[in-house]
Design a protein around this ligand. Structure first.
Ligand SMILES: Cc1cc2nc3c(=O)[nH]c(=O)nc-3n(C[C@H](O)[C@H](O)[C@H](O)COP(=O)(O)OP(=O)(O)OC[C@H]3O[C@@H](n4cnc5c(N)ncnc54)[C@H](O)[C@@H]3O)c2cc1C
Length: 558
């Protein structure tokens, strides 16, 4: 949609947009903010999607910023740009803060190939990669309390595969489940909430029915690469979080044949963050999946191969070759390896928790389950930023959110800005000195026992949802005997290995390990899995980039 009060300009913008985008998109033009809002309201009622809003800044009655502000209420997912005269550039820059404008374009925009289309292309790409893209065709049929259904949704969401979710306790889901069973030749059940159905079932866009698929089956069917195209690379990056994506991006863009291998979905922990507010360059914050989704596209654009649903279970060192073994028994070789496997949430050690995981108890996966929490009382365990962000996000859906913290306050573990946000949200309560000591439920979480550690008193509460964000641990046991790990499983590198100027045991070279190099030459480490790392998105990305610089240095001397 384009809005400009000058009819000539309005027609010219619409003409140029139609010329380039008319095949795929309907171009709607309006000559005032009010008229544009009326058209948007109609589109909303008709269930249509709006991809991009392009508004002139200087309009009588309602200026472009005011229009975009109101348009956001109707179509929050539409990407937004202001069209301005050179003299208004400062106002346009201010608008970035007010209405989160994605871009501003200067008039005149001739030639559009240089001054208009690249900007609109970027806005369309961002919109397509967002949660607001057109209704997807992959369908997941499952049950609200089926742990595997929850995992499958999480897998698809984190890999940015659009899908529609149907539950078998709703008529639509039941209809689809019957059709899917008929298609795969299973007896068509009387689908009710209690029926023992093999769930989840996934229906691909071309109508294939997958019954209880594994992650790798699913990955193949939805078009994600799971096997490497070559047998040997300059650089094998293990882990697709910010550190791994950073490494793959810089490796590929600097000419290294690079493959990134990810166990589950690219994005890592950052991909689970509802809003990262402290990453450089995003004054209004950015959702983790948007940030890492773009990073993945960028890495792929430079030629990095990205494999998903591909777990690494071993590293073998033989002369100058490093062989990375996968869980399915296959392997890939490389001159160098960057370990970027991050950390995982620790399990909550209370009775009942393990059985109810995925059935009301979730580790970190607040985003996919959020809408299901509508009207429920939700509990969150943890006092760090991840727990705080989840609380802010879930409070929009849940009736109440209780943050349970073992310590006496949030101050030591959570950023000040988040503590302030939480204090301003009425349906969030912080319970300090509190631990979960038991969870119970028949098939799904129904209640928790909480202990107040300052008094020793216990209390049983009804609860349908518990999200756990407690201290994280690296999963590096597969590196046992291959390289040095510290007592907690983190991987020391460079100066941390060479205490008092000594070389690490078995170190074969006459130089000391480079800064991010592990106790095995040519194997580097970046991000949260590194001993003494900062546990921040920015530092993980930075270390990924820096590790590539050291890879070059290593390869030069190979
Ligand atoms: C909910 C949440 C909110 C957060 N918010 C912020 C924030 O606002 N600001 C901030 O700076 N930081 C934030 N953090 C911390 C930040 O996300 C991490 O510091 C960052 O993601 C670390 O990046 P990484 O690449 O080192 O590791 P990770 O993000 O942990 O990624 C590691 C990846 O490696 C994969 N992997 C592990 N083992 C294997 C294997 N054997 N084979 C293949 N793949 C494997 C994992 O599946 C994972 O995708 C947040 C974290 C969480 C969980």
């Amino acid at each position: 949609m384009t809005v400009d009060d000058d009819p000539g300009v309005s027609r010219a913008v619409a003409r140029d947009l139609r010329h380039r985008y008319g095949q795929e998109h309907r171009i709607v033009r309006a000559e005032s903010g009010e008229a544009a809002l009326e058209a948007l309201r109609e589109m909303k009622l008709r269930g249509e999607q709006v991809a991009v809003l392009l508004a002139d800044y200087r309009m009588p009655q309602m200026n472009g910023i005011e229009f975009l502000e109101q348009a956001m209420d109707l179509f929050p997912g539409a990407r937004r740009a202001l069209l301005t005269a050179y003299a208004d550039t400062n106002a346009a820059i201010d608008a970035i803060n007010v209405v989160d404008v994605d871009n501003y374009l200067l008039k005149p925009w001739d030639p559009p190939e240089e001054k208009l289309y690249p900007a609109i292309d970027a806005l369309l790409d961002a919109w397509r990669a967002s949660d607001f893209r057109p209704v997807p065709e992959t369908k997941v049929i499952g049950h609200r309390w089926s742990a595997r259904s929850s995992e499958v949704r999480e897998f698809l969401a984190r890999n940015q595969v659009p899908y529609r979710w149907y539950t078998t306790d709703e008529p639509d889901g039941q209809r689809l489940a019957r059709a899917a069973c008929a298609k795969v030749g299973r007896p068509v059940p009387d689908v009710t909430e209690d029926t023992e159905l093999a769930l989840p079932m996934v229906i691909t866009p071309d109508g294939e029915v997958l019954v209880e698929p594994t992650d790798s089956e699913l990955a193949v069917k939805v078009g994600l690469a799971t096997v490497p195209a070559a047998g040997f690379y300059d650089l094998v990056v293990i882990g697709g979080g910010p550190a791994g994506l950073g490494a793959a991006l810089y490796g590929a863009s600097e000419g290294l044949r690079t493959v990134l291998v990810e166990r589950l979905a690219t994005g890592g922990q950052a991909g689970q963050s509802s809003r990262i507010e402290n990453y450089l360059g995003f004054p209004d914050g950015v959702s983790g999946s948007q940030l890492t989704g773009r990073a993945r596209l960028q890495a792929a654009k430079f030629g990095a191969e990205v494999l998903t649903a591909c777990e690494v279970v071993g590293l073998e060192v033989s002369g100058s070759a490093r062989t990375v073994h996968f869980a399915d028994g296959t392997a890939v070789g490389g001159h160098t390896v960057i370990l970027a496997t991050g950390v995982n949430y620790r399990q909550l050690p209370a009775p009942g928790i393990t059985d109810l995981t995925g059935r009301g108890v979730y580790y970190g996966s607040a985003l996919t389950e959020a809408s299901a929490c509508a009207g429920s009382d939700v509990y969150i365990v943890g006092g760090a930023n991840s727990a705080g962000q989840a609380a802010v996000y879930l409070a929009k859906h849940a009736r109440s959110v209780s943050i349970l913290v073992r310590g006496t306050s949030l101050e030591r573990s959570m950023s000040y800005y988040l503590i302030q946000q939480i204090a301003d949200i009425k349906n969030i309560t912080v319970r300090t000195c509190t631990e979960v000591t038991a969870a119970r439920g028949d098939g799904h979480l129904e209640g928790l026992t909480l202990r107040d550690n300052s008094t020793g008193a216990t209390e049983d509460v009804a609860a349908q949802y518990l999200f756990v964000f407690i201290g994280a641990a690296p999963l590096t046991s597969w590196l046992d005997g291959v390289l040095t790990r510290d007592a907690r499983g983190f991987i020391p590198s460079g100066p941390d290995l060479a205490a008092g100027g000594k070389r690490p045991d078995g170190w074969p070279l006459d130089r000391a390990p480079y800064h991010l190099e592990t106790s095995v030459p040519g194997v580097f480490v970046a991000g949260d899995v590194r001993s003494e790392s900062a546990k921040r998105v920015a530092s993980a990305v930075g270390e990924g980039a820096m590790a590539v610089m050291l890879v070059h240095r290593y390869l030069e001397k190979l």
